[in-house]
Design a protein around this ligand. Structure first.
Ligand code: BG6
Length: 277
């Protein structure tokens, strides 16, 4: 079942429920802010606001057409996360699979920020697994370059309980020191962590005490792992002071050297599937 809903202030979202999963997707940013089968996959800040023009804190913000400050002329993480998408298609093919497609096209506001014509679509498949396919098409007459990410906030039991497998022996940029390093062993957390992994080519596993989530990505060779820890968390918008304990971000990306140049009429799709093992 697909239901269009509105918060009291008019903020619009779509509620999806089928026989195996439930999800909520804001039209602003095509932002999935809840997805669950047995339990919630995604962390959502208790203090997040749902207001036009402000990014939701949690869920899966889309960073596009730039990750972080990869394009210094754009706002941090680009502009897609605060713009209104149009729902262009829905499919309920089986009772356990619902697919939504949302689209953002260039308009006067995007041309002010980034002077290119484009079509950006997000196809979301809500089933026992969650799959996102983000397709960028260059509808302009000149080339453009993008960086991007699914900035996924995973709900966890506690930051000290988890580790991340699949990035061992991968080079990474430590964004806190701007130094290039090599990952030794699995990742665990005892302080602020902000790293951009390169040459990523395998399934990543987020291992918690009672569940493991597999993250399979296509169309990308970079992955950002982030937790703000105590001090940065206290400084961040829409985050309670102990929120850092309850999430980790593992962001399937095309970031830094993994940028994409699209020629007129060319498309690129970044795909991610989350499976609870
Ligand atoms: C991560 C970055 O992707 O996003 C962090 O690696 C950043 O450095 C974080 O702090 C949150 O960004 P924002 O813009 O949503 O507060």
């Amino acid at each position: 079942m697909i239901t269009h809903k509105k918060k009291a202030n008019g903020f619009e979202y779509i509620h999806v429920k089928n026989s195996v999963a439930e999800a909520k997707i804001a039209l602003q940013g095509a932002h999935i802010f809840s997805y669950k089968t047995q339990e919630d996959l995604l962390w959502l800040s208790e203090t997040s606001v749902f207001e036009q023009g402000t990014a939701i804190r949690g869920g899966i913000p889309l960073c596009w057409p730039a990750f972080g400050m990869n394009n210094p002329q754009l706002p941090q993480h680009g502009f897609a996360r605060t713009l209104h998408f149009t729902l262009i298609n829905t499919e309920e093919t089986q009772d356990d699979t619902t697919t939504l497609t949302l689209r953002l096209c260039d308009n006067a506001q995007t041309h002010q920020l980034w002077d290119y014509s484009f079509e950006l679509t997000l196809r979301i498949t809500i089933a026992k697994t969650l799959t996102l396919e983000l397709t960028t098409t260059n509808t302009d007459t000149k080339d453009f370059t993008i960086t991007q990410a699914f900035h996924t906030y995973f709900a966890i039991s506690d930051i000290q309980n988890i580790h991340i497998k699949g990035l061992e022996n991968k080079p990474y940029l430590d964004a806190l020191t701007q130094k290039q390093k090599m990952q030794k062993g699995t990742i665990s957390f005892a302080q602020e962590f902000d790293a951009v992994y390169q040459n990523v080519d395998t399934t990543i596993e987020l291992i918690d005490t009672d569940k493991t989530t597999a993250i399979q990505t296509q169309g990308s060779h970079s992955c950002v792992v982030w937790n703000p820890w105590i001090d940065k968390c206290a400084r961040m918008s829409a985050m309670q002071s102990d929120a850092y304990r309850k999430f980790v971000c593992i962001e399937s990306a095309n970031a830094y050297d993994d940028f994409k140049i699209l020629r007129p009429k060319e498309s690129h799709t970044l795909t991610v599937t989350f499976t609870t093992l």
